[in-house]
Design a protein around this ligand. Structure first.
Ligand code: UD1
Length: 370
């Protein structure tokens, strides 16, 4: 029986790597890895395969950027051909990017069973493209593999069958735990002239934050304030880099004391950076989870999160986009009043293994006990 994995954008790679590895170690299923090419820069894609020890994609569609409709439609057209020739028994999709929904829609129409890894997360904010992708992908998936109990509750509230839902834990954390020691041996900090716990890290790329000039400049002003207290390292996403240059902000940012704009980093390098930071600012989903496991205070500069467990029991604070509130919260943390967190259940490095077992069970192969 054959599992076909879809990856498209940066946050997908660290989720698929542990599943691919677990399936290959167990040896009871064959698998094909398809890259849609939604992300295509070396620094947004290739480096992750090397860092995560994941084989190169078997099939690369080379779709690239475009409007939501264009990007989703192009992925769908190409995937229909791939599914026709590859004849997978199960299509495995992860996360909430456009490639995720495109793959699920094509598989559903072709009658191919779908597994959604990271099912059930909800921000309850339909202005977020990822929320649409999550809701629709879950609705048409046969297996709903969730990272935490809140996700199970969301799915049940939406009327999805409990029999399709399995709490497998957070598979991205498998990648983090497997790579942590290796990352800590890298010279990343010394190359940047940083001391452990002596700097903050920032990532911003969400359309709602960087495409709106007023919101984006507010966030940058809050960052400049923090950068006056300790260095802030800011690996800049291509979307954000574009906005900075369109808004003519590059020169001002380069001159801001303490603020260090750098290129997007590979998985290991970025893990070296985050795991030794004093504080993180982000609008990413993944970083909210990674900082929770690493015990690093995280300020999520959004109005909501689809990952409430990182706030309820982790180190995350959803701080919004008001610069004054961000500065005050950052100051409190830097003054020693950060919150202590715990690691959620089943974020233990074994989710890939659980997922591989679910796939064997679903496809009726192997000897997985129930
Ligand atoms: C996508 C995901 C988002 C995820 C993010 C992680 C959707 C709807 N959004 O957003 O959920 O958090 O990836 O990075 O799927 N670009 C490059 N090089 C690349 C990729 C993109 O230059 O390798 C530029 C292009 O100008 C493109 C823009 O970045 O127009 C946005 O890329 P896109 O894939 O549309 O969305 P992201 O903002 O990356």
């Amino acid at each position: 029986k054959k599992v076909l994995h879809i990856v498209g954008a940066r946050p997908n790679f660290m989720k698929v790597a542990p599943i691919h590895r677990a399936i290959s170690e167990r040896g009871s299923l064959t698998q094909t890895l398809v890259h849609t090419g939604q992300h295509y820069d070396v620094k947004m894609s290739d480096v992750f395969f090397t860092d995560l020890g994941m084989p190169a994609p078997d099939i690369h569609l080379g779709i690239g950027s475009g409007s939501h409709a264009e990007q989703t439609a192009k992925v769908m057209i190409e995937l229909e051909k791939v599914f026709t020739s590859e004849k997978p028994d199960l299509v495995s999709v992860v996360g909430d990017v456009n490639s995720t929904l495109a793959a699920a829609l094509v598989a559903a129409k072709m009658g191919i069973p779908i597994s959604h890894v990271e099912a059930g997360l909800r921000s309850f904010d339909r202005t977020m493209p990822e929320e649409i992708n999550r809701v629709l992908t879950d609705r048409i998936s046969d297996l709903l593999l969730t990272p935490s109990a809140d996700a199970d509750a969301n799915l049940i509230r939406e009327g999805l069958e409990p029999a399709r839902i399995r709490l497998v834990g957070n598979v991205m954390i498998d990648s983090l735990l497997a790579a942590r020691e290796k990352a800590l041996r890298l010279p990343t900090l010394s190359e940047l002239g940083l001391e452990p716990r002596g700097y903050a890290v920032c990532t911003l790329h969400r359309a709602s934050n960087v495409d709106d000039a007023k919101v984006f400049s507010g966030l940058l002003s809050a960052l400049s304030h923090v950068a006056s207290r300790l260095p802030v390292v800011f690996p800049v996403h291509p979307r954000t880099r574009k906005r900075i240059s369109e808004l003519g902000l590059a020169a001002t940012l380069e001159r801001t004391p303490g603020l260090r704009l750098v290129d997007p980093m590979g998985y290991l390098e970025f893990l070296a950076l985050t795991s030794q930071a004093r504080l993180a600012f982000t609008d990413s989903g993944g970083l909210q989870e990674e900082t929770t496991v690493l015990g690093i205070p995280c300020l999520t500069v959004r109005e909501n999160t689809e990952r409430p467990i990182t706030v309820d029991i982790g180190t995350n604070v959803v701080v919004g986009t008001d610069p004054v509130r961000i500065q005050q919260t950052a100051d409190r943390i830097l003054d020693g009043y950060g919150k202590k967190g715990r690691i959620p259940d089943r974020w233990d490095g074994r989710s890939g293994e659980r997922i591989a077992q679910e796939y064997e069970q679903f496809l009726g192969v192997g000897k997985t006990p129930r």
